[in-house]
Design a protein around this ligand. Structure first.
Ligand SMILES: *[C@@H]1O[C@H](CO)[C@@H](O)[C@H](O)[C@H]1NC(C)=O
Ligand SMILES: *[C@@H]1O[C@H](CO)[C@@H](O)[C@H](O)[C@H]1NC(C)=O
Length: 284
């Protein structure tokens, strides 16, 4: 059921270890200019188990010891908690929003007014950012440095695809590709892995610089095949489907079938969660 997990496998190292079981592996990317730091960047393997605990504080008391990959909130997860989870064998990466400002963040005041756009649909405390803005990028570089100093081994920067919404700026797909390349370089230079969040339209253009993808609801929207290039490259796709009812304790057989066996989903690490990302989970 669960693939073998290989931690701390350098990108520059052979693919034999991580990809013995991967369909159609291809050589790892060599796009990062700093070979010395590449050696310590992790490459999780296809099929790595995961949960997305952004709506509750993950600790060594409520962690599932068999689940490997855990993105945690950068700001409200302590270095001590991250260290304890890592010693227990988990791969801990830091989540932050890279394409929006959340009013309640410590560094919310660091973004220039000119780079703050429209409110996100359904998230009244959150506004799109102009991802081309130099100061915005500087704040994100600081967050990546904070992720490294807290002990995270990678980053999960969210909301990088504002151009598909109504951000209030004239953002394009090329801007998002450029931003992903920037964030990935900052992460790699800090010794951290980088994961692509959503943004299915640009998968082919950035799969080489990302170590995994996180996708929300590709089964619901019948677009899982967009992320298949990650699996083909020997990189996991961490896939979550949601049940909109945050009190649900189970899902229908049809929802389960759709969430866990959609077209194009082969090899994905799939889970079902409440939209609130609380501690309820179904592992496919
Ligand atoms: C982190 O803080 C935000 C904002 O206060 C909150 O919504 C979220 O639930 C918190 N996450 C965790 C894991 O504590
Ligand atoms: C713990 O995680 C494993 C692998 O992710 C999963 O198969 C198992 O069902 C989980 N156990 C519980 C109690 O959730």
């Amino acid at each position: 059921m669960v693939g073998v997990v290989t931690l701390a496998l350098g990108l520059g190292l052979g693919i034999g270890l991580s990809c013995a079981a991967c369909p159609g592996p291809k050589p790892a990317s060599t796009s990062s200019p700093t070979p010395s730091s590449k050696a310590s960047i992790i490459q999780p393997s296809v099929g790595t188990t995961w949960d997305y605990p952004l709506g509750f504080p993950l600790t060594t008391s409520n962690v599932n010891s068999s689940t490997v990959f855990y993105p945690v909130d950068l700001e409200n997860t302590s270095a001590n908690t991250i260290a304890a989870l890592k010693s227990a064998g988990h791969t801990v990466v830091c989540y932050f929003s890279a394409g929006s400002v959340e009013d309640y963040r410590e560094d919310a005041g660091d973004f220039p007014a000119a780079a703050i756009g429209n409110t996100l649909d359904g998230w009244p405390d959150e506004k799109w950012l102009d991802i081309r803005n130099a100061k915005v990028r500087e704040v994100m570089a600081t967050r990546i440095a904070s992720a490294a100093s807290k002990g995270c081994v990678g980053v999960d920067p969210d909301n990088i695809d504002g151009y598909t919404n109504n951000p209030g700026f004239d953002l394009t797909e090329d801007d998002t590709v450029d931003y992903v390349q920037y964030l990935a370089k900052m992460a790699h230079d800090a010794g951290l892995a980088y994961g692509l969040k959503n943004a299915g339209a640009i998968v082919d253009r950035v799969v080489d610089v990302a170590q995994w993808a996180i996708n929300e609801e590709c089964a619901e929207y019948e677009e899982c095949a967009d992320w298949a290039p990650f699996v083909k490259a020997g990189k996991p796709v961490f896939h979550v489907e949601y049940t909109k009812d945050d009190d649900a304790t189970s899902v229908s057989a049809s929802k389960l079938a759709k969430a866990c066996a959609a077209d194009g989903q082969s090899g994905f690490s799939s889970i079902i969660k409440h939209y609130s990302l609380d501690d309820w989970i179904i592992y496919c």
